[in-house]
Write a protein that binds this ligand. Structure first.
Ligand code: AHG
Ligand code: MN
Ligand code: MN
Length: 282
């Protein structure tokens, strides 16, 4: 798996160059989940495909931007699932964006998730990697090289609160819960990009990120294989928790479709306990 992480570090530099130089316009296509695609979504997808398709450890690629599973020549057991560019709708505003990777050993599902990583393209490039059973490691790209930081460890309770979906479409219990956190002193942090939003919670030691079911999107928005499960592994490995609306650990999810979605919550332990009370699943 370390070789896969090394390739992620290399491809991050190519994606960064693309983001800096490519225009941020749309193409006349939508992806498998109906999102309008940017030229950048497609170009990032192709860069990652090129970096991994001949990797002997990987037998298949599943991308947010590809309708179908792409089978590779490699005979290894890993399926690499990825979101090539997370934050397509905010890249034109020059906010931080990311890429997300999940490495499944065998059929993609929560229990087969063996490792995960994400890249943050902000003022600097940062990468977090995790191998199941180990602490997540944070790297920064400085002066032409990646520098390793301390492992990421969440505290019991944080101070940040980020919730997606239109408030107009939130369920009453979600609205009451979020108001309760603000009344308890939590600060709003939501950019519209899950990579920088979750990264901020991880590096500041805690808080909560929610993407709940809403009346317009009963399954939420975020996609299980390449958005939800990789962050679930990273939050659990950092000492936090990641659950669905029924209070089940997201890492127990099985997956019926490459582009399936689920409501999801990532946080430190205190906020997740509060959430379970508010949703009546404690
Ligand atoms: P993508 O750009 O890969 O389609 O993902 C965007 C996602 C995620 O990054 C973010 O948390 C969420 O969309 C924001 O959705 P809302 O605008 O509905 O809050
Ligand atoms: Mn995304
Ligand atoms: Mn994307």
């Amino acid at each position: 798996m370390q070789k896969i992480f090394e390739t992620i570090k290399e491809v991050a530099l190519e994606i960064d160059t693309l983001i800096v130089n490519e225009d941020t316009g749309y193409v006349d296509e939508t992806n498998a989940t109906g999102d309008q695609q940017l030229k950048l979504d497609i170009a990032c997808d192709l860069l990652i495909e090129k970096a991994f398709r001949d990797n002997p450890e990987i037998c298949a690629l599943i991308s947010e931007e590809k309708e179908e599973v792409m089978h590779c020549a490699g005979k290894g057991d890993y399926t690499l699932c990825y979101d090539p560019l997370d934050g397509s709708s905010i890249v034109d505003a020059n906010l931080a964006v990311g890429s997300i990777f999940a490495i499944y050993d065998g059929e993609p599902s929560g229990k087969n998730l063996a490792g995960a990583s994400y890249i943050v393209f902000g003022p600097r490039i940062e990468i977090v990697t995790v191998v199941r059973g180990e602490k997540p490691i944070r790297y920064r790209y400085i002066n032409g090289a990646y520098q390793e930081f301390h492992p990421i460890v969440l505290e019991e309770k944080g101070r940040l609160n980020a919730s997606g979906g239109s408030q107009k479409h939130w369920q009453d219990k979600h609205m009451a819960f979020i108001h309760g956190l603000f009344a308890d002193g939590y600060r709003l942090r939501y950019s519209g990009g899950m990579v920088p939003d979750l990264h901020q919670i991880l590096v500041k030691g805690g808080g909560l990120f929610s993407y709940p079911s809403t009346t317009d999107n009963p399954n939420g928005k975020l996609r299980v294989l390449f958005e939800v499960l990789p962050f679930a592994l990273i939050f659990e490995a950092a000492g936090g928790e990641a659950i669905d609306e029924k209070g089940r650990p997201l890492l127990e999810l099985t997956v019926t479709h490459p582009h399936a979605r689920t409501p999801c919550f990532f946080g430190s332990r205190y906020e997740i306990a509060k959430l379970k009370e508010a949703y009546g699943v404690a």
